[in-house]
Design a protein around this ligand. Structure first.
Ligand code: CP3
Length: 348
């Protein structure tokens, strides 16, 4: 299947037997690591994304320092709207901003259908270089935002509390929302296909804002585009992980979305997620990221609860329920990873 020395994440995503539970951490390449901050002190965030040598360096850092079982390519979900023609700014302390968010049919029509081999060449080059440097130690995970989450950023211009602009769009002009979602879906399918071709062994779709919709609207504006997206990704047997943050009331539908694994946040018991979806998909998650503020004994106790909740057997990828926070002590993350690697043997 592959010449990887460690393919546990791939095996678990396919629900194949492993002798322990693999672990990686959402947003593992980032500011909680002093080694990341040292690179970041010399370059701005977008320059890092667009310079394959820098992107590869910080992608590999958590593999070397923390001991995770996969590398996730250093980039951002917002490179897609940028490649579609939107101007993206990352302001210090404020995060990413689109100064001119989309709010009319003319602007939607003007957005281009990016060619990943040109417009997102830098991501593909970063994957190729990372693959060479990793030399088969662990698989590389590619990623993109889900169409709904990307639409939200394109229309709001930045993160939001009330999401009033994007809600105004879906209730006031649903046709336009669907046209834009369709465009994003096409662009993202081509982008994820190109990442796989460049050498990622799995891909994850981040639907960070899935949980702000009512169940009916989630199905209409979010889930059906994820289903379409997954069906359009060109892949051989590379697994797809879908992370619909905040949505655990639709597990029967979610297991049919076409993903090999569903990532769940900490507000649902893994036992329940497994009972409802485990016959069809692997489950990823779901330690509350703030547990990592605690002392090592408490971290181990909480991690054990996650392992117990999933129970014995295959098809579990250990992860946090959302991204790691920037002020976490890396020593705590190391302790979590080595504990899960050792303790999870008892569950296989
Ligand atoms: O997981 C990884 O380590 C790979 C890299 C990665 C980044 N962003 C790097 C990043 C991934 C997978 C993302 C995904 C992403 N980006 C999401 C979905 C995941 C989630 O957390 O919900 C979202 C919503 C974004 C958009 C985004 N990018 C925000 C809201 C911010 C600002 C807040 C923050 O975390 O800083 C970013 C910037 C960003 N993306 C940073 C990193 C390391 C920080 C940039 C810096 O160094 O200043």
């Amino acid at each position: 299947m592959s010449q990887l020395q460690n393919d546990l994440v791939i095996k678990a995503a396919k629900r194949l037997p492993t002798d322990r539970t693999p672990i990686w951490i959402m947003r593992q390449a980032g500011r909680y690591l002093p080694e990341y901050r040292a690179v970041r002190a010399k370059h701005d965030f977008l320059t890092m994304c667009k310079t394959p040598e820098l992107a590869a360096e910080v992608t590999i850092q958590p593999v070397n320092i923390i001991g995770v079982d996969a590398a996730i390519i250093f980039s951002d979900i917002l490179v897609i709207p940028e490649a579609m023609g939107m101007h993206l700014e990352i302001t210090e302390g404020k995060g990413p901003v689109f100064p001119s968010p989309v709010n009319s049919k003319e602007e939607v029509v003007k957005l281009k259908n990016p060619d990943p081999s040109k417009d997102l060449r830098y991501v593909l080059d970063a994957i190729l270089l990372t693959k060479k440097e990793l030399n088969g130690r662990v698989p590389i995970i590619g990623f993109a935002g889900a169409p709904w989450t990307i639409l939200t950023y394109m229309v709001e211009g930045h993160g939001s509390k009330s999401f009033s602009k994007v809600k105004k769009l879906i209730y006031g002009n649903p046709e336009l929302a669907h046209i834009l979602l369709e465009k994003i879906t096409k662009a993202t399918a081509a982008y994820l296909s190109a990442q796989i071709e460049a050498g990622t062994s799995l891909v994850q779709i981040f639907d960070t804002w899935a949980g702000i919709l009512s169940p009916g609207d989630y199905q209409m504006f979010a889930m059906r585009y994820v289903q379409q997206l997954i069906s359009e990704i060109k892949r051989k047997d590379e697994p797809v992980i879908y992370f619909p943050k905040g949505v655990h009331y639709l597990m029967h539908e979610l297991k049919e979305v076409g993903a090999d694994a569903i990532s769940v946040d900490w507000t649902v018991e893994l036992e329940k997620a497994r009972r409802k979806m485990g016959d069809k998909v692997a489950i990823q998650g779901n330690l509350d990221p703030t547990v990592l503020y605690a002392d090592t004994d408490s971290i181990k106790r909480e991690a054990r609860k996650v392992l117990e909740s999933f129970g014995k057997g295959h098809g579990h990828i250990f992860n946090l329920g959302h991204g790691i926070l920037p002020d976490i002590d890396p020593e705590n993350v190391k302790a979590l990873v080595s504990y899960v690697k050792e303790e999870s043997k008892n569950f296989h």
